[in-house]
Design a protein around this ligand. Structure first.
Ligand SMILES: [Zn+2]
Length: 322
C-alpha cells in the first residue's frame, strides 16, 4: 500500500507522476512577508485544494509532488491541502540542484570544508522510513536532478545518496534531466554503476525530447520515461509532445511512459499572469482536457492510456510498498 501525505492508500488510481503543490522561498517569506505573492497557508491551501478537486472531477486520483529540498518543500502546508481534497498526494524526498550543493551539505561530507560523513542519504532514508520533519508524512519517491551543466560534483553526490537510499528503502527514483543534451543517459549510467535496477527509475522530462533514438536508448536501458511537461510549450510544442507519446505507444512502449505537467498549484517564483499568457496550457487539467483526447484521436488505445496513468504508477510504487 503506497504512502501518501494523508497516509497509506489501497490504490493510487489515475496518477500524474510529476507535479508540485507549492514552490516556496522560505528566506523571502521570513524577511519580506508582505510581498504580493506572499504566503498565507490557509488561503494557498484552499486554492490548491480547489485545483485538485477540479482535477479529481477530470478523472485523476493522485499527483506525485516532486517538490524536494531546493524547491521550497514545506510539507505541513501540503498536509493541510491533503485534508481539503480527495486527490492523493505522494510526497518526495531528495535534493534539487543543477550544480553545487547547498552549503549545509556542501560544507560537510568527505573532502569538504568540515569533512565527516555525507548525511544526504541519512536524511533521505529518514524521510521515507520515519517521516518528513515532525509531520509523520512519509516520502514515497526519491528525486535528483542534473541539467545543462551535466553531472557536476554536487549533482553526483545527490545521485549517490539517492541510490543509497533507494537500495535501503526500495523507494523509486524520479529525475530531472536535460533532454537537449541527452542527459538521461549519464543519469542511467551513474545509477546503474551504483547498483540501481533502472526499472525503478523514471527519467523525468524525457518528454521534452522528440529524438526517438535517444528515447529508445533510455527505454532499452530499462527506465520509465517522464512525459511530464505537457503545457510547457516553449520547450516543446503540444504537437511534438503528443506525437512523441503516440509514436512510442505505437512502437509498444506504453508500458514505460508516465504522464504529468510539472505544474505548481502555487509557486512564489512565478509571475502567474506571465505564466498564463506565455503558457496558456500549463495547468493541471491540460492532460485530461486536451492531451488524452488528442492521443486517442491518434490511435493510442484506452488500454495504453490506462497503462500510462494507472498501471505504470502502480508498478513503480509497488517496490516501495512493502
Ligand atoms: Zn518539477
Amino acid at each position: 500500500m503506497p504512502e501518501t501525505v494523508a497516509g497509506r492508500v489501497r490504490d493510487l488510481g489515475a496518477t500524474l507522476m510529476h507535479e508540485h503543490v507549492f514552490g516556496l522561498s522560505p528566506e523571502i517569506l521570513w524577511n519580506w512577508p508582505d510581498v504580493p505573492e506572499g504566503w498565507d497557508l490557509e488561503r494557498r491551501a484552499g486554492e490548491a485544494a480547489a485545483r485538485l478537486e477540479s482535477l479529481k472531477d477530470h478523472g485523476i486520483d493522485t499527483i506525485v509532488d516532486l517538490t524536494v529540498v531546493g524547491l521550497g518543500r514545506f510539507v505541513p502546508a501540503v498536509q493541510r491541502v491533503a485534508e481539503l481534497t480527495r486527490v492523493n498526494i505522494v510526497a518526495a524526498t531528495g535534493l534539487y540542484t543543477y550544480d553545487a550543493l547547498p552549503p549545509y551539505f556542501g560544507n560537510r561530507g568527505p573532502g569538504s570544508l568540515f569533512g565527516g560523513p555525507d548525511r544526504l542519504a541519512e536524511f533521505f532514508v529518514r524521510d521515507i522510513a520515519e517521516g518528513i520533519g515532525r509531520t509523520g508524512v512519509k516520502a514515497a519517491i526519491l528525486k535528483c536532478a542534473s541539467d545543462h551543466l551535466g553531472m557536476t560534483a554536487g549533482c553526483e553526490r545527490v545521485f549517490r545518496a539517492v541510490a543509497e537510499a533507494h537500495l535501503e528503502t526500495g523507494a523509486p527514483i524520479s529525475t530531472h534531466s536535460h533532454s537537449a543534451s541527452r542527459g538521461g543517459l549519464a543519469q542511467q549510467e551513474l545509477l546503474a554503476s551504483l547498483g540501481v535496477d533502472l526499472t525503478s527509475v523514471i527519467i523525468g522530462h524525457a518528454g521534452d525530447s522528440t529524438d526517438l533514438g535517444y528515447l529508445q536508448d533510455l527505454l532499452r536501458n530499462g527506465s520509465y520515461l517522464g512525459m511530464d511537461r505537457f503545457g510547457i510549450e516553449t520547450i516543446s510544442s503540444f504537437e511534438s509532445r503528443v506525437a512523441t507519446v503516440a509514436a512510442l505507444a505505437e512502437r509498444g512502449h506504453a508500458g514505460r511512459m508516465v504522464l504529468g505537467h510539472d505544474s505548481y498549484c502555487f509557486n512564489d517564483r512565478f509571475d502567474p499572469d506571465v505564466v498564463r499568457r506565455r503558457h496558456p496550457n500549463y495547468h493541471l487539467l491540460h492532460i485530461s482536457r486536451d492531451v488524452l483526447p488528442e492521443l486517442r484521436r491518434r490511435g493510442v488505445t484506452e488500454e495504453q492510456i490506462h497503462q500510462m496513468l494507472v498501471g505504470n504508477p502502480r508498478t513503480i510504487f509497488a517496490g516501495s510498498a512493502k
